[in-house]
Design a protein around this ligand. Sequence first.
Ligand code: SF4
Ligand code: SF4
Ligand code: SF4
Length: 354
Amino acid sequence: MSTTEASSTEATEADAPTVHILWINAGLSCDGDSVALTAATQPSIEEIALGALPGLPKIAVHWPLIDFDNGPVGGNNDFIEWFFKAERGELDPFVLVVEGSIPNEKIKPEGYWCGFGNNPETGQPMTTSEWLDRLAPKALVVLAVGTCATYGGIHAMAGNPTGAMGVRDYLGWNFTTPAGIPIVNVPGCPVHPDNLSETILYLLYQATGAAPMIPLDDAGRPTWLFGQTVHEGCDRGGYYEQGQFATEYGSPKCLVKLGCWGPVVKCNVPKRGWINGVGGCPNVGGICIGCTMPGFPDKFMPFMDAPPGSRISGAASGMYGGIIRRLRGITERKLDKEPSWRKNGRELTTGFTK
Ligand code: SF4
Ligand code: SF4
Ligand code: SF4
């Protein structure tokens, strides 16, 4: 590379805008998705935050879990100030990450359900929904992480007092940012670490123009991560096909009769593993309770009861599997023996026939 080319590349890199990641973990949340992200390895959050991957723009992460300044505490307002800067249009572009479900602040006469920092004009907590109203229309993309933020999750169960909902329910399912990007949903309770880090990585590449519009399904999930069912990637699929079902924990057989919803749940966890390829609910003995699905948890309860549909499919698989198992047993016994010509003696007894 010539000196001119080198200096022009340096100039381009220096001119490239910093992409800010503003993370609000103050929906109705247990912070489980923030904690999950610390376990990501493909890529890790450290690789993203430090810009260690080729082609990444300059990144500034404003996330309670790794920011030292987490105010306002003792007059230190540095952390929250980034969010006000974004509102004033001083951060461009920025990715708005939301963790936790959004309560309905309109259903009560006083107080607030959840907030994030203080409003300097009133000295009162700024509600999470007010942050969404202020920041979402200015964000490059809004990323809802975890099932609470995507669809309401546990806090939005029937009978809850807060009117909790997902970010799309709050802003509208047709909401798009000025860049024309719909709200991106990465569900899971908690979210799968690498599903989240990979989606953040994709959006950062999209921000630089290196990736096309993120492909999403009807529920707002990245299609390449949520295009298959748990069942399609489960280690125990062979047992299901042969009609062999566990009746107690500790068995290696299919868990459908113990309450596994894997055949109808979109999630790549059994294929991907949980951390570093290891784990993944049914693979390691846990039933799938459908935590990535918009109907979670109500439509999957009571947990640990066999799903209603599994009675028909399980019975069919039991009958079909019983026959297949017997036929396979015949073949297996045949294949489990060496060919007859492999023996000692003076005569050549190969299986060769003319
Ligand atoms: Fe916690 Fe699950 Fe909600 Fe995430 S989706 S905030 S892990 S309850
Ligand atoms: Fe399917 Fe669940 Fe059985 Fe795995 S354990 S094969 S996901 S029903
Ligand atoms: Fe949730 Fe089921 Fe995926 Fe486990 S396998 S993470 S329970 S959707």
